[in-house]
Design a binder for this molecule. Structure first.
Ligand code: ATP
Ligand code: MG
Length: 449
């Protein structure tokens, strides 16, 4: 196996020519061995930072990471991070090493890395340096800490989220010792900033192994999202549900398309259920009002991770609407298409389907079939290029004014009422139909013409 990237080869050559050791390291080696194209190349070298700057004096180099031993060499606009062999000194805050110590041996540098599959280096001559059995773990699809898992997680709390993220994106199992340490050290996540948790969670959730990770580590996620803590083992006591609340939630996540808004909406859609739980005299569980409670909690949970407003609002509204009735009737589908837009409508359908996939099969099947009919109907309606916004309405504000309506809120109110009728199929979107209707509406609303 070799370093396939031209820029990376160039950097390795330059460093070796000046008498230093250098190899590609970390994610790029892992991805090469998995037969994937690395998305970026990191280089590790025996050269000290000032020596690296000298070797690449002819190139553009970003020096913001120099204190930690990293220089980013820009080749054709792509940054290559070149980092001096280092060992991380002691960690007192569980976030960053107190000091960075440069060391002389590659193996020491590999020893500070988080997981065995991330602790391999490949030099220019195709020699793989793999002192911790990374290649074997890669073959067996196992994620395992380098060294003693508990110590490694206590050094740096972010590694917990990285472990879950790699297990989800690579679809790897987590080695039992590493898994045990994830549970024992979970409180280390209290030291990690919301933004960094968000970044890892947003890579975890779309991963093909996300379901397995969620199933196994709800206690870890509950450190920053304690709202999840009551879900595992929660018996819904309902004929609709054959799974406990967490298993239902995980199945919903697995059954939505792997986009961040949908995966988050699936993860949070029932988080308000425990607070809304009641049992009737027949012993059946109910969760009246839970979509609104889930939406409120989802809003707080996402704020805690500092997600963007747009994403938070999108997720919260999906959660809030996840029980909306979407029968396959023209009037309802047209109204919802107008309210949600074609993408919002299809996202809500996807969420409802996933929700049903997490329920008792015999009860869910007819409802899934109904959603198929709703979707087919929406497709037919959209194919007729319906009028869903004021922009597309065949009548404009000017036309309404020309009828003699005086300028002011009246114009907007009339147009909006016309749009509702057109969107719901009561009126065709033509001037001939809309002009008399506008006149009628003006009278109805009490605006003198
Ligand atoms: P990807 O780029 O696909 O996210 P990666 O493995 O390259 O995966 P990076 O965050 O780019 O991950 O880090 C590069 C390498 O640095 C890792 O492969 C690992 O060897 C090391 N590393 C990164 N973060 C940590 C950490 N918190 N603790 C220990 N080693 C780490
Ligand atoms: Mg990387």
């Amino acid at each position: 196996m070799e370093v396939t990237d031209r820029g990376a080869r160039f950097i390795l050559e330059q460093l070796e020519q000046q008498g230093y050791e250098a190899s590609a390291v970390g994610g790029c080696v892992r991805d090469l061995l998995r037969g994937e194209d690395p998305h970026d190349w990191d280089i590790t070298t025996s050269a000290r930072p000032e020596e690296v700057l000298k070797v690449f004096a002819g190139e553009q180099v970003l020096t913001t990471g120099l204190r930690h031993g990293t220089a980013a060499v820009l080749l054709d606009g792509n940054p290559y991070e070149v980092t001096t062999y280092r060992a991380d000194g002691t960690y007192t805050d569980g976030r960053r090493p107190d000091a960075v110590v440069f060391v002389s041996a590659l193996e020491e540098d590999l020893a500070r890395r988080d997981f065995t599959v991330n602790a391999m280096a490949l030099d220019r001559h195709g020699v793989l340096h793999d002192p911790f059995g990374g290649q074997a773990d890669l073959q067996h699809k196992v994620l395992r800490c380098v060294g003693e898992p508990e110590r490694r997680f206590r050094e740096d709390g972010l590694r917990l989220m990285r472990a879950l993220r790699f297990a989800a994106t690579l679809k790897f199992s987590i080695h039992p010792d590493t898994a045990r340490a994830l549970h024992t050290c979970r409180d280390m996540l209290t030291h990690v900033a919301g933004e960094r948790i968000q970044a890892e969670l947003f890579r975890l959730l779309p991963g093909p192994g996300a379901g397995a990770v969620l199933r196994a580590f709800p206690d870890v996620l509950a450190v920053f999202w304690p709202e999840l803590a009551p879900l595992p083992g929660f018996d819904q006591r309902s004929p609709w549900h054959c799974y406990d609340l967490w298993e239902h939630t995980v199945r919903a996540v697995e059954n939505v398309p792997p986009t961040i808004p949908l995966r988050l909406a699936a993860l949070l859609h029932d988080v308000g259920k425990p607070a809304c739980f009641s049992v009737d005299e027949s012993g059946t569980g109910h969760f009246y009002g839970h979509p609104a409670v889930s939406a409120r909690l989802a809003d707080e949970m996402l704020r805690r991770l500092h997600t963007s407003n747009a994403l938070r609002e999108e997720v919260v509204s999906l959660v809030e609407r996840h029980h909306w009735d979407l029968p396959p009737t023209e009037a309802v589908v047209r109204r919802r298409l107008r309210q949600l837009g074609p993408e919002g409508f299809s996202a809500l359908l996807a969420l409802q389907r996933a929700d049903l996939h997490g329920q008792a099969g015999d009860i869910a099947a007819p409802r899934l079939a109904e959603l198929d009919r709703t979707e087919a109907l929406a497709r037919d309606i959209l194919a007729q290029r319906p009028c869903l916004s004021l922009k597309e309405l065949a009548l404009s504000g000017k036309d309404v004014l020309a009828l003699g309506v005086s300028p002011g809120p009246a114009v907007g109110e009339i147009l909006k009422a016309l749009l509702d009728r057109v969107a719901e199929g009561e009126l065709p979107n033509t001037r001939e139909a809309l002009l008399p209707a506008a006149r009628e509406l003006a009278k109805e609303f009490g605006y003198p013409l």
